[in-house]
Design a protein around this ligand. Structure first.
Ligand code: TYD
Ligand code: MG
Length: 475
């Protein structure tokens, strides 16, 4: 290797000279010149960057002595997806499993990850594909019991109980056999690679095992599902440590005590994110819920204050959901805030806007907010529905029964338009609602609903406050 040439660089203006001087001729700074080796800086360092600048003017030489670089354009093999036939799962994956992709399925222990993936494997084998299910958590007997309970014992899923990555990959990577359509690894926290001395479940083991599985998936063009338990203690060695390595990240949400489960796509290199799939846990495993709005609105309290119906969008699908609020007199110096299913920072913002722009004095009250059915809402479009539920509770006045609400609230107190107005209104009409409270916008088509367009939150508060029951106030 050529000896790196010495050069002197001013740390103030980056001027380069061949010899050292006490004062920089370019910027006049004293004692700013230091020696730097011209080619010895690590990539990205200033020295390396300087040498790159001059090389920009040269014609780049074709590299390829070790790595073979390829052009952007080239032959593409059509990648047919494997659709499991479980629509709620396929949609969250972007329309089925892409061969060669690695999917992470995260969630609390006991939420239903193993159940769902066993059902997905069985569905694929019923279409004639090969599916392998490797468990490091359960004994063969337990797996068979689950299969029996799910009524899937006659399907051709190949079960194995193993935790050693080397053995698993040696078996899967058998070039004499066809590549399976899907391999499930349940769970990544139980797997261990003998290249490391760390115990299974540690960050380094979880990362190393995921890396080996990803290499296998890409090399053999096989879809791999990795199960990861969300660990309560700060996500240590939980699925988050491999999120950046995999192609798709799905999280199973919901309360274990509740029968509904929501599968949410949070990252997808082969499809849209924020898509949701809704399932119901039954005695025969997970059942798809094709019309989630009906469930989230099931058992809706009639004529009660503090409840509003939000017309939301879950990925590509409209979802109507009930938002419940309770505003109560507080006896604490710092009033209590409890939020389930929504962002607590967003709630603070809505409360602050109600106080500052509408003079409601709600900030001094205890506030409880709940999204029915275990759904987590991330859309700012829910602001207006939350505000409506809060005002309804505070004034003890029910909102109109047959009305859906949506709209984003800005800090100025204006109600901002949101996307997909048409879709939200159509779903509301389909489910028998006859009016909607929405932002003032013209960007939507015809609707059969009676529309109440709101421009300012203050006007909306006035409307609701005027209707309040018997003129009662909590102030
Ligand atoms: P499981 O898939 O084992 O959860 P995970 O793999 O995420 O830890 O699901 C376990 C829970 O699901 C358990 O509490 C029992 C319940 N369950 C049913 O209610 N019905 C069923 O048919 C099955 C298989 C499980
Ligand atoms: Mg499990």
């Amino acid at each position: 290797m050529a000896k790196p040439q010495e050069r002197y660089v001013c740390q103030s203006c980056r001027a380069v000279s061949r010899k050292w001087a006490g004062k920089c001729d370019a910027c006049g700074e004293w004692n700013s010149i230091v020696e730097e080796a011209a080619t010895s800086g690590p990539p990205g360092s200033m020295a390396a960057a300087d040498s790159n600048v001059s090389s920009l003017n040269k014609q780049p030489k074709r590299r390829g002595n070790v790595i073979d670089f390829q052009a952007m354009k080239g032959n593409l093999t059509a990648r047919d997806r494997y659709a499991t036939g479980i629509d709620e799962l396929d949609r969250v994956c972007g329309g089925g499993l892409v061969p060669g992709s690695v999917l992470l399925c995260g969630g609390d222990p006991g939420i239903g990850k193993s159940t769902l993936l066993m059902q997905a494997c069985a569905a694929l084998t019923q279409q004639g594909h090969e599916a392998i299910y490797i468990s490091g958590e359960e004994a063969l007997e337990q797996l068979r019991l689950r299969a029996q309970r799910l009524g899937l014992e006659e399907t051709g899923v190949q079960l194995a109980t193993e935790t050693n990555m080397r053995d698993i990959l040696a078996t899967l990577d058998d070039t004499n056999c066809d590549v399976p359509a899907v391999v499930v690894i349940d769970s990544i926290q139980t797997m261990w690679s003998d290249t490391l001395s760390a115990t299974p479940g540690t960050v380094s083991q979880v990362r190393a095992c995921a890396q080996e599985l990803i290499r296998f998936a890409k090399k053999r063009n096989c879809a791999v599902f990795i199960v990861g338990h969300v660990t309560k203690d700060g996500q240590i060695a939980g699925p988050r440590v491999v999120e950046h390595m995999v192609d798709t990240v799905l999280y199973f949400e919901g309360d274990r005590s509740d029968r509904f489960r929501i599968l949410r796509g949070v990252k997808n290199r082969f499809g849209a994110t924020d898509e949701i799939g809704v399932f119901e846990m039954s005695d025969k495993g997970l059942r798809e819920v094709r019309n989630p709005s009906e469930i989230f609105l099931d058992n809706r309290g009639k004529n009660v204050s503090g409840a509003s119906v939000f017309a939301g969008i879950g990925g590509s699908r409209p979802v109507l959901v009930e938002i419940q609020a309770l505003v109560a007199q507080s006896s604490l110096a710092t009033p209590r805030r409890a939020v389930v299913g929504w962002d607590s920072a967003r709630l603070s913002m809505v409360l602050a806007v109600l106080d500052a722009r509408c003079g409601l004095g709600i900030g001094a009250h205890d506030v409880y907010l709940n999204v029915a059915g275990g759904l987590k809402i991330r859309e700012p479009a829910a602001d207006l529905a939350v505000a409506a539920a809060l005002i309804s509770s505070m004034s003890d006045t029910p909102l109109p029964q047959d009305s859906v609400i949506f709209g984003e609230i800005s800090l100025s107190g204006a109600v901002r338009p949101v996307t997909q107005t048409d879709l939200r209104l159509k779903e509301a009409a389909k489910l028998g609602f006859d009016s909607a409270i929405l932002p003032a916008t013209k960007k939507f088509g015809k609707s059969t609903l009676k529309l109440n367009q709101v421009e300012l939150l203050g006007d909306f508060v006035d409307q609701l406050w005027q209707n309040r029951r018997g003129g009662k106030s909590t102030e």
